[in-house]
Design a protein around this ligand. Sequence first.
Ligand code: CAA
Length: 379
Amino acid sequence: MDYLLTEEQKMLKEMVAKFAKEEIAPVAREFEEKGIFPQEIVKKLGNLGLMGVAYPPEYNGAGMDNISYMIAIEEISRYCASTGVIVSAHSSLAVDPIYRFGTEEQKKKYLPALCSGERIGCFALTEPSSGSDAGSARTTAKLIGDKWVINGTKHFITNGEEAEVCVIFAHTDPSQKTKGISAFIVEKGTEGFRVGKHEKKLGINCTSTTELILEDCAIPKENILGDLNKGFKIAMVTLDGGRLGIASQALGIARAAIEDSIKFSKEREQFDQPICQFQAIQWMLANMNTEYEASWLLTYRGSLLKDKGLPYSKEAAMAKLKASETASFCADRAIQIHGGYGYTKEFDAERYLRDAKITEIYEGTNEIMRIVISAAMLK
Ligand code: CAA
């Protein structure tokens, strides 16, 4: 579907694909198996402008659009979905809210180091007892003198270990649910702020997924992000963009599953012919490709709407819903096509399936995506 891309977007795609094939692919399986965070790769991605694709050059961003961002995340995730979400959580969930809701002072202070990849960002909304019901979070922030004092525990935070700049949500008016939440920028190293438990996961094992613990963590008054008690909307708007990032990650996983299946089915011979000669395999490939292209078009549409400044909440939810289910479907079919080999760690198909599953869950489960879509339909 490259015919839908501009010359600039095509060049970006070629550049990221080359980088991902040369620098990410050779280490992807080993890093995932050993749970190694790809420090050097992230640094290089920063040098290439990929830690701030859709943000202006004045903040060290690449000055490109959201379709370019979608392309970059897909190409990275084609070889390593962990690296894809490291970049996506950083860009969509930390850089984006600071860029959209930050004061000029906050933007100048935080964005250049984030967009260059010198510092990594994270987004902390989820808590042990508040996942889908994000408004029920218990973390509080109280203004004491000229400091916000934050108390609470966030969990399942992607990039939690490495992030130096965290966008954190806390109740500033606990008597209100969604109308009493505010957003804050908290820096690593602040007294009373530490990383807690690390999760052991089914997939995306190069990423850290941690607790963030705030105990009387005092931050400057000016570190509130956006208006007081408007944090829930900041979280929702931010997640709309994040869902396009996760849809793009899912596209990368689906494409990996398809490309590996084509290669394997051409090489593997049974009953005196390559297995791709069998209609059973051809139909699986046809279904995989159809689902992938439908998902790509939905993600492209969501990104295009965002670039045009039009509403895209429903479209982002549709893109994530479809692309994540496609990633799981394609990875499952890839294992089937690879037969017994697909079930082993000699091939990547099993990694694709493990990585795909989380795209149906994080940044809003697919049940929440259906709520967002149907709410827009019934408005
Ligand atoms: N844009 C702007 N405003 C929005 C909005 C959006 N997309 N969605 C909701 N709002 C507004 C509503 O209009 C409403 O405003 P008013 O009070 O002025 O009317 C307000 O927010 C509250 O909305 P709801 O009443 O709909 O809120 P709710 O409590 O019923 O929750 C929900 C709605 C959609 C279920 C929401 O809680 C949600 O999205 N939950 C999922 C949370 C989530 O995605 N978590 C992901 C964590 S991050 C992560 O996973 C990162 C990672 O690891 C990579």
